[in-house]
Design a protein around this ligand. Structure first.
Ligand SMILES: [Zn+2]
Length: 272
């Protein structure tokens, strides 16, 4: 399975590159699709029999089906209970986090955790958590190894901290949140293919471990924390911070989805 986000795709450095409908987004959809295809090529060369690509960015309708590798199947569109990780279950032998980025409050190209600016930090069991760390914990619950992570160099550093055995490919070197030294697609494609092929050696399910988890979330404004605290089980921990306990990572991610939705709904323009 490939969970495909866009901020960490080849060449992407700017808001307009990833906002559906813009001219630059139309351009970067092609580069994003090329990254995915390079990954599918590598996974198949490494022995994968089926590859499901789950769209994980924004409207979750970014990849170009007409250009997709023949061996892949595309889960496109939004409103999926597990969002970026829809499709993860005990039938999956390995997951790739493609086009990922660092978390809210961290350095990195287009760094954020779900909400671009409103969330300033997320902690999973006390550890600052990127989307990669959250999603890796969900994969672990199903016994699914993280095979490969692609994104900027700081995303790759982050990956080492939550999935030590995963391969990484840095398609760009972060200079600022909106700037990077980018490798051209011809170069990143071959690097992604090579890493995906090699990473297939780590494919294969282990026994999943279901355990309770604690998630804490900090917002950039008090009313967003107040809005999130409406959700049952979510408690206000400070003026801008909420937290909740969940019986499993699956439950934690579902609660997290509700919290991000209700907080996003409470954002009001520049005084959001
Ligand atoms: Zn994204």
């Amino acid at each position: 399975m490939i969970s495909a986000d866009m901020e960490g795709a080849t060449g992407v450095t700017w808001t307009g590159d990833v906002i559906p409908g813009t001219e630059q987004w139309q351009r970067f959809r092609r580069l994003f699709t090329a990254d995915v295809n390079a990954c599918v090529t590598g996974l198949v060369a490494g022995g994968a029999q089926q590859v499901v690509v789950n769209e994980a960015h924004s409207s979750q309708r970014n990849l170009l089906l007409e250009d997709l590798h023949d061996a892949a199947r595309l889960l496109t569109g939004r409103h999926k209970p597990l969002s970026m990780m829809q499709g993860i279950d005990s039938d999956v032998d390995g997951v790739v986090f493609l086009g990922y980025h660092t978390g809210a409050g961290a350095r990195g190209v287009l760094a954020h955790t779900y909400l671009e600016n409103s969330i300033t930090g997320v902690w999973l069991d006390g550890v600052p958590a990127s989307e990669g760390r959250l999603n890796a914990a969900l994969a672990a619950e199903h016994g699914v190894p993280v095979l490969l992570v692609t994104g900027d160099d700081l995303t790759c550093e982050d990956a080492v901290s939550y999935a030590a055995s995963a391969w990484t490919v840095a398609v760009k070197q972060c200079v600022s949140r909106y700037a990077a030294v980018c490798l051209p697609p011809a170069v990143t494609s071959s690097q992604i293919t090579e890493a995906a092929t090699a990473a297939m050696a780590c494919a294969g399910r282990a026994t999943g471990v279901v355990a309770p988890h604690r998630v804490e979330i900090e917002f950039d404004a008090t009313h967003l924390a107040d809005a999130a605290a409406i959700v049952p089980t979510v408690e206000l921990l400070g003026a801008r911070r909420v937290g909740f306990d969940a019986a499993s990572m699956t439950e934690a991610m579902k609660a997290f989805k509700v919290v991000t939705h209700i907080a996003a709904e409470a954002v009001e323009g520049i005084y959001g």
